[in-house]
Design a protein around this ligand. Structure first.
Ligand code: NAD
Length: 309
């Protein structure tokens, strides 16, 4: 009998196959401290997490029988991959399951920030009727820089193209043919690319190269009045530098689904001085019924295969 520990809330229907597997015992324990986790993982064969569990070296070492760590979703930045690999622990994720959900939230963020939809909603509900306050920006004919032309970046490109936007990308790792086929112009210099964009949307993973990629220096290259959207990972943008650029009107708006510290209780972006230019959501990029079910199903299928060798 294999023991599988689930540490975060996961879509129930997506777990159906796991609960029905005859040789698997599922243990669900949410909201554990790191100490409790280390204790709970001791005799587990596999661990299923999302982004909220720090699967560090200590935890991996505590899991003496651990064979698999499965991350329901894409980003594996909460898992010490080096340590897992040295210990022979398989790390699984489900990168394709939430592409559409993250894409659609990104498009929503672009519309929201260009037309100040959340601010207009709050204003009307507070008893105001101030149409002149919500002068927006048209998307048609504007330039969009996509940083990271992977699954989500490409899917955003297709949709933005349909809106009549002109699309550039910065992604040194893709085959140039990919950009060409999508009708996207590939630029090799991030700063040069930033200087051309009316809208910048980030779709890179959080790595040592992308951490703080958008910082005080790179923000100096952005077009005056550009909009910045981050539905990738907190930490790719320096929030303090972004807030400063908003205060100085170098950026016209910023929409962030992801935050340096999550749950985000405080952030330079929550400053009341820039509230009219900022849209923030609590990391809901993958939160659609369809995506939650899909990411869980994919991970469960692969986990069962990995456990049964
Ligand atoms: P992907 O692997 O398909 O694409 C990532 C792209 O980034 C690749 O094309 C890669 O070449 C490029 N890249 C990597 N390093 C780069 C660098 N230094 N400079 C420029 N480009 C670089 O991943 P994806 O499925 O498109 O997802 C992208 C990211 O979105 C994920 O890593 C995850 O962090 C984030 N995400 C967030 C949510 C959310 O809830 N907000 C949901 C899903 C994914």
């Amino acid at each position: 009998m294999f023991k599988v520990l689930i540490t975060e809330h996961i879509h129930e229907e997506g777990l159906k196959e796991l609960y029905e597997a005859p040789d698997i015992e599922v243990i669900l324990r949410l909201n554990m401290s790191q100490e409790e986790l280390c204790d709970a993982v001791k005799d587990m064969d596999a661990l299923i997490t999302r982004s909220g569990t720090a699967v560090d070296k200590k935890l991996l070492e505590a899991g003496k029988k651990l064979k698999v760590v499965a991350r329901v979703g894409v980003g594996v930045d909460n898992i010490d991959l080096g340590a897992a690999s040295k210990m022979g622990i398989i790390v699984l994720n489900s990168p394709t399951g939430n592409t559409l959900a993250a894409t659609e939230l990104t498009m929503g963020m672009i519309f929201s920030i260009a037309r100040k939809i959340p601010q207009a909603n709050n204003s009307l509900l507070s008893g105001e009727w101030k149409r002149e306050k919500f002068l927006g920006t048209q998307l048609y004919g504007k330039t969009l820089l996509i940083v990271g032309l992977g699954r989500i970046g490409s899917s955003v490109a297709t949709r933005a193209k349909a809106l009549g936007m002109e699309i550039f990308c910065y992604d040194p790792y893709i085959n140039p043919k990919k950009a060409e086929n999508l009708g996207v112009k590939r630029l090799d210099d991030l700063r040069g690319a930033l200087s051309l964009a009316d809208f910048v949307t980030l779709h890179v993973p959080l790595t040592h190269e992308t951490r703080n990629m958008i910082n005080e220096e790179t923000l100096k290259s952005t077009k005056r009045g550009a909009y910045l959207i981050n539905c990738a990972r907190g930490g790719i943008v320096n929030e303090g530098a972004c807030a400063k650029a908003l205060k100085e009107d170098r950026l016209a708006g910023a929409a962030f689904d992801v935050h340096v510290v999550e749950p985000a209780k405080e952030s330079s972006l929550f400053d009341p001085a820039i509230i009219e230019k900022v849209v923030v959501t609590p990391h809901i990029g993958a939160n659609t019924r369809e995506a939650q079910r899909a990411v869980a199903e994919i991970v469960v299928k692969n986990l069962i295969k990995a456990l049964s060798g």
